[in-house]
Structure formats: C-alpha cells, structure tokens
Design a binder for this molecule. Sequence first.
Ligand SMILES: Cc1cc2nc3c(=O)[nH]c(=O)nc-3n(C[C@H](O)[C@H](O)[C@H](O)COP(=O)(O)OP(=O)(O)OC[C@H]3O[C@@H](n4cnc5c(N)ncnc54)[C@H](O)[C@@H]3O)c2cc1C
Length: 498
Amino acid sequence: MADTVYDVIIIGAGITGSFIAHDLSKCECNVLVLDKAADVADGATMANSAIIHAGYDPKPGTLKALLNVRGNRMYPEICRQIGEEYRACSAFVVATDPEESRILDELKKNAEDRDIEYRDISGDEARDAEPNLSKDVIRALEFPTTGIVYPWNVAIALMEEAVLNGVTLKLNEEVISIEAPALGADKDSVRDKVNGGDFYRVMTKKDTYTGRIIINAAGVYADKIYSMALGHDADFTITPRRGEYYVLDEMEHPVVSRIIYPVPGPSGKGVLVVPTIHNNILIGPNSQVSDDKEAVCTSTEALTKVKAAAGKTVSNIPYDKVIRTFAGLRPSGGDGDFIIEESGELAGFVNVACIDSPGLASAPAISEYVLDKILGNMLPLKEKQEYIHRKPFIRMYALSDKEKNEVIKDDPAFGEIVCRCTLASKGEILDAIRRPVGATTVKGVKKRVGPGLGRCQGGFCEPNVVEILAEELGIDRTEVRYDSEASVILMEEKGVRS
Ligand SMILES: Cc1cc2nc3c(=O)[nH]c(=O)nc-3n(C[C@H](O)[C@H](O)[C@H](O)COP(=O)(O)OP(=O)(O)OC[C@H]3O[C@@H](n4cnc5c(N)ncnc54)[C@H](O)[C@@H]3O)c2cc1C
C-alpha cells in the first residue's frame, strides 16, 4: 500500500480529468490520476466528432450553455500554449424547410444572448461557399468560431505537462472500490482534515491510494464510481448513447471545408459532416441508447441511417473513399445537463459526471469551474512560481523541406518513413514513446503520430511499429499490445522469431 496522502485523486484521464490535472499542476498540491486504460484518452475522448462547438445550442441556463461558450473561447490559446493543433474551420447550421428555419431563429437568439459571432445567410450564399451543400438548404447560420482539434492529443499534451509539473499518473489501474472517510456530508470536517486524519481510500486491482479529495471524472462509469464511495446507488445514472461514424480518406479537396450541422433535434446535434485537421471527413454520429458501457461496435443498420441523414444536408459525399467506421459512447445521464458538484452526502467527493456533448468543447471551462467554484473552497491552491512546458512535438508533415533536412541532419531517424499514409517517421515514433506519458501500445503510437490513421489503417506499418515498441520498451514482440492487455497482436512463442 502506498504511503503518500494525495490532496486530490482524479479518477479518469479523459479530456475532463486531463484538463483538471493540468490546471492543478500549476498549484502547490499533490495530485494522483488513475485510469483503467493503458493510455490517456481511450474513452469518449478518443471517439467523437472532435468539434469545439461555438455554444449556441445548449438550453439557456444550463451548465452546458455556460461552459461551452467559455470553453470555445479558451481553446485557441490553450492549444497554442501546449503546442497542439487547433483550426477554427467555421460551421454552417442549415435549414431545409420553414420549421427548421424557425429553429435557426432560436439558435440565433441564443447566439445573440451569449455574444457568439454568427452570420445569417441564404441557402444560395451558403452553397456559394460550400458547393456540395444540398440544393434543399434554404438558409444557414454560420458560426465562424467553431473549431476542430485532435481531442486525444490535447488530453495527452495536457497530461504530459501535468506530469512534468509533479502530477502522478497511473495507467492500467482500474478503481474497484472506494472507502469514504467517516465524515459524511460534514464539509467543515473535511476542510479541517486537510492536514491529517481520516481520508478516502481508493482501491485498484494493484494497490490502494489515499487522498483527501476525489474527483470523479470516469466518463460512462462515473455513476459506478460514485456508488462505490457511497456504498449504495448514486442519485444519477449514466446511460451511454452510442454514435457511429464513417471516416473518409484524406483528400486534397474534401467534400466540405466547414462543419455542416442539421438543425438540432431531441437527440442532439444530429448527423454532421466534419472536416478533420488532416482533411479527412467524418460523417456521423447517430444517437442510440445502449445498456452496455463497452459497446463501441458499429452496425450496417445504424450506418445506413447515418448515410441517409447526411444526404439531407450534403450531396456528392464520396463513400468510395471510406477508410474506416467507428463508434463512441456519450456519457449521458442525469437531467441532460453536466453534473459538476461536491456530493451532498460525501464531503470532498466531487462528481464531474454526465459529461456528454459538448464535453470536449467545455472541458477547459469545466476544469476552471471545478477549481474556482469547488476545489478553491477546500484547498489553498497556491500558484507555483515556476511551470515547466513540454517540449514541442516535431511533426515532419508540417515542416518545409529545409526544416526537414535540418531535423534529419540532427537525427537521421526523422528521415526514415514508417507510415506511407501519414508519412510519420521513425524519429517521431521514438519521440512519442520516450516522452513523459509516452506511447506504450500500437494505438498509443497511432494517436500521437499517425501510423494506422491513414488509408491502409496500419496494414503496412503496424509490424514496424510493433518492432519499434518492443525495442524501445525492452519487451518481446509478443508482449506488444494494440491497446488493452487483452489485445494481443502476435501469438508466436516468446523469443522465437521467424
Ligand atoms: C459520438 C460522440 C460525439 C461527440 N462529439 C463531441 C464534439 O464534437 N464536441 C464536444 O464538445 N463533445 C463531443 N462529445 C462528447 C465528448 O467526447 C465527451 O464529453 C468527453 O470526451 C468526455 O470526456 P471525459 O474525460 O469526461 O470522459 P472519457 O473520455 O470517457 O474519460 C473517462 C475515463 O475514465 C476512465 N475510467 C472509467 N472507469 C474507471 C475506473 N473504474 N477506474 C479508473 N479509470 C476509469 C476511462 O478509462 C476513461 O479514460 C461526443 C461524444 C461522443 C461519444
């Protein structure tokens, strides 16, 4: 059992836990992050539309509305600071009939009330800018501050800086039970115990950790984590909503250059057509309630509906360019809003739960809210004098030929192309493995550098990535995993290589 008493234990290293860990790492406090996965951002943060929504559609008066608008404004500067890509690609929300046009009026009112920049344009004006927009579109609202990121890379970068600044991250640590101190809801009592006494004990399959404050950022499992601490059922339930997507290959002239949204409906934002940072296109997601918190499967039936829905707003989608389908689970629950509060029953236990869409866009503002409104009342949160920023990633595709040659002169591994689709080099892969919060799996390399994201989906480069991981981690090739412990890639006998 570990002796350290942590000021804060964060359960969950998705975008929510990563932002909170990063912000806490700027303060004098002792933080532990636990995640059951082998990498940061393997939950909902890995499988979503990657959009930093402008914030015009959450219901007025909700935390979603407040934090989405604020988060959207925070992202560009944060991404600049951590050296991650952010593109303000803009978005059209389109109406195809008078009833949908009435919904645009509601969104326009929200935008005005929230001081969100927008343009109200006709269908023809919208088609001038996006020639593949359906001929049925009669009107559009443009939201120029809508952006896109690689959500998992933002989370990894935040966690890397958090670790560089003293946060302890433990992956492959599934929380299986929590003992709450005998404090109940006596909030003064937990404040008094900041310097000693009776603490939370968090048990994983490997160890037990002791902490004063627990942040529950466990995504679809946040209800289970809270129930563990309470010793009875939580007062909210998370019922995942699955969203499925097509991914189109990177194209010089993608079918759209902005995000195209239909008007929102009862089950959310609807099926979107979304450009990515590398000019792929995502088409999705649908919204299907699931009683299985692990069911990230796709089905022909759901994807056929996605195709039909996308066809209402965008024509000429080249489905012959599909390179992959995937699904993500929205951690939906409660009354539809985010739950961000200290438990009424357990002092020092903070739920950051039901973080479904727009959870990615809101994440920096969620963290700010947690520190300002909740943790600030429990801990001194004194800002550190010095802060270490992470070393920027060298991304060869983004460099000029001259810059590439200079990098290769310093380290020839950056001239050795491993992935033919994304042109990722061995140097970039080695850097991704060697960094703090480095990749330890094939998917970890894919997330950080790209092999496996492209047209061949790893068909050509995966054996080389396995070889590099084995060499760097000092393990046998058969011990290299795709992502989880169960995802065996090579079955050969240990040490026998053909
Ligand atoms: C289909 C889809 C589309 C979306 N599109 C958008 C979008 O475009 N824009 C937007 O703003 N939002 C979007 N969202 C929402 C966004 O993805 C989520 O709000 C966000 O990723 C939630 O992050 P999180 O860190 O709270 O949860 P997660 O990323 O799920 O992280 C939770 C973490 O907790 C860990 N964990 C769980 N149980 C345990 C345990 N027992 N012990 C230890 N660790 C545990 C998990 O391994 C996981 O890493 C979308 C979501 C989906 C599914």
